[in-house]
Ligand binder design. Structure first.
Ligand SMILES: [Zn+2]
Ligand SMILES: [Zn+2]
Length: 356
């Protein structure tokens, strides 16, 4: 224990040495000069989306042969199979960007004043909770020994690393394409974490919702980066905007955490539709829900005699349209509920169809 704090637990409060600010945190009120963090939260995801889409677009039109082994589809397939033109996709994306920026502008609150004193006070509050928990778990004597030895370090790590990371992880779990199926709504344990998976699934099982809303996104049989946000405006509002708002509210993300959460989610969404299967893509290494996984959901069958499932979309036979609903982070709902489809499954089912 240092000289300013002879003991960690002092009566009903705790004593913490002066706050050590980790490298990722800025004590300035705004991260970027005079631009308020709230504006960065609105602009950064859009910028990330367009920069990343542009990068993949440049790869698409580069004509570099060395990229062929990483492409999930031939470039020609994009032009020949997709029912929406590049311009229609871009126009829908711009509309969605504007709509979400306006909603975000109304929704994001002014962040509180950032100061060392505020961090210190919040850490002391956390320290008091830690004392209660450790004493409750380990008893008075052992608990006090643990607290005096590890208390300050535990408070620091919990405040600066564990809690912020857990909040973002939980927000991803809550919001992204892990939707709530109506029959499962009654089960409390499913009510928070399944927002997007089950709405996505519902859009495929309800004919009306599919025809009127979600079929727009599935005009892209061969996904590409810009198409990540090619959705019906109602779907964009319900799936993405509302999903993010719920996640932010449930997990109490700060504005800066929201920026990270939105930018990461946007980049992951683009990556899932990029049409490449790179061995060195960090987004695809982090999650098993990757571009190949989502491509199966979009894919239509090239040979009508070998399609694994007889599902038709506008006269075209679909392959994984009733599978792989999870995106972009976790695939556990697909695994748990039996809606996961792999390339091996497609091959096996194709062979079965051939032999019958
Ligand atoms: Zn879908
Ligand atoms: Zn998609």
């Amino acid at each position: 224990m240092n000289s300013t704090c002879p003991f960690f637990v002092i009566g009903k409060t705790v004593c913490l040495s002066p706050v050590r600010i980790p490298f990722y945190f800025s004590l300035h009120q705004n991260m970027f000069g005079d631009i308020p963090d709230t504006y960065v939260a609105l602009g950064a995801p859009v910028l990330a989306f367009w920069l990343m889409s542009l990068m993949f677009y440049c790869l698409d039109i580069s004509g570099w042969r060395w990229l062929d082994k990483y492409r999930i589809h031939e470039s020609e397939e994009v032009k020949s199979k997709n029912l929406a033109t590049l311009w229609e996709v871009a126009r829908a994306v711009i509309f969605q960007n504007v709509m979400q920026a306006l909603i975000g502008f109304a929704w994001l609150a002014e962040p509180p004043v950032i100061s060392v004193a505020r961090c210190q006070s919040e850490m002391e509050g956390l320290g008091r909770t830690l004392v209660l928990v450790v004493r409750g778990l380990f008893g008075e004597e052992t608990g006090m020994k643990i607290l005096e030895q590890w208390g300050p370090g535990m408070t620091h790590w919990l405040y600066w690393w564990v809690i912020p990371a857990a909040q973002i992880f939980f927000a991803m779990w809550v919001s992204f394409k892990i939707w709530l199926d109506l029959p499962l709504m009654s089960l409390p344990r499913f009510t928070v974490d399944t927002w997007q998976y089950f709405i996505h699934r519902l859009m495929h099982t309800n004919q009306y919702l599919y025809r009127k809303v979600h079929s727009v996104h599935h005009k892209l049989y061969v996904p590409y980066a810009l198409g990540a946000l090619y959705n019906h405006p109602f779907e964009a509002l319900l799936m993405d905007t509302l999903g993010v708002i719920i996640a932010e509210q449930v997990t109490h993300l700060s504005v800066r955490q929201t920026i990270f959460f939105l930018v990461y989610g946007m980049c992951k969404g683009v990556d899932d539709h990029c049409g490449y299967n790179f061995p060195f893509d960090p987004f695809q290494l982090i999650s098993r829900s990757n571009s190949d996984y989502h491509d199966i959901h979009h894919q239509v069958c090239p040979f009508t005699t070998t399609c694994p499932r007889k599902q038709y979309l506008g006269g075209v036979q679909a392959v994984g349209i009733k599978s792989n609903f999870s995106q972009p982070h976790f695939i556990h709902w697909d695994v748990l509920l039996g809606t996961r489809m792999t390339r091996e499954d497609i091959q096996k089912r194709g062979q079965k169809v051939k032999t019958t």
